[in-house]
Design a protein around this ligand. Structure first.
Ligand code: GAR
Length: 210
């Protein structure tokens, strides 16, 4: 007779939302595979049928939901479908990994302190679109990325981790974006790993690592 097997350890079920290339999504896939992140990626949801993130998910056998924003009657219909997909996936945690839309109040409220976003700037500077371009136009000497919890205000929730990069005199949007992106991957994996290990404590705007 086989000896009793240890029951599998329950790890958080992570749903990733991505709109495009998906290199941050790939960093999460790799982080789970190499054991840095103790979670399972149970679904990729994208609003863009042409997103390269879809190919990355299929290669790994991760289920994909494509919710083409353009086929929905309005934002409310899109958001309801999105919420259903998230609930059907049994998500414990949502990661916005290059997801380029604002999320409505019902989803944000349901996943308070359980939804994480990565933004390519040192928040609170340069929220919104084209953060790297904003940083160059402002003339900052240091740029970077921020991983934060999502609240109802755009790019403004409690900050989990940040990374800095220098801005060179010859940088353009492309070179600066690449430099920041290299930091993003590690910063996101580190923050998600801490969350999944139950090591983040949120008090007001402060996030402490236990
Ligand atoms: C990343 O730079 C991410 O920080 C940014 O989009 C890019 C997605 O790249 N997100 C935002 O600007 C959200 N406000 P990826 O698809 O290769 O991960």
């Amino acid at each position: 007779m086989r000896p009793p097997q240890p029951s599998p350890v329950q790890v958080p079920r992570m749903v990733v939302l991505a709109s495009g290339r998906g290199s941050n999504f790939q960093a999460l896939i790799d982080g789970v595979a190499d054991g840095r992140i103790h979670a399972s990626i149970v679904r990729l949801i994208t609003d863009n049928p042409g997103a390269y993130a879809i190919d990355r998910a299929r290669k790994e056998g991760i289920p994909v939901s494509v919710l083409d924003y353009l086929v929905f009657q309005d934002r409310t219909a899109y958001e309801s479908a999105l919420f259903r997909e998230i609930q059907d996936a049994g998500a414990d945690l949502i990661i916005l990994a290059g997801y380029m839309r604002l999320l409505g109040e019902p989803i944000v409220a349901a996943f308070s302190d359980r939804m994480i976003n990565i933004h390519p700037a040192l928040l609170p500077c340069f929220p919104g679109l084209h953060a790297q371009r904003q940083a160059l136009e402002y003339g900052v000497k240091v740029a970077g990325c921020t991983v934060h919890f999502v609240t109802h205000e755009m790019d403004s929730g409690p900050i989990i981790a940040q990374r800095c990069v220098p801005v060179g005199e010859d940088d353009d949007e492309e070179t600066l974006s690449e430099r920041i992106l290299r930091e993003e991957h590690d910063c996101l994996v580190e923050a998600v790993a801490l969350f999944c290990d139950g090591r983040l404590e949120v008090t007001g705007r402060r996030v402490r690592v236990r």
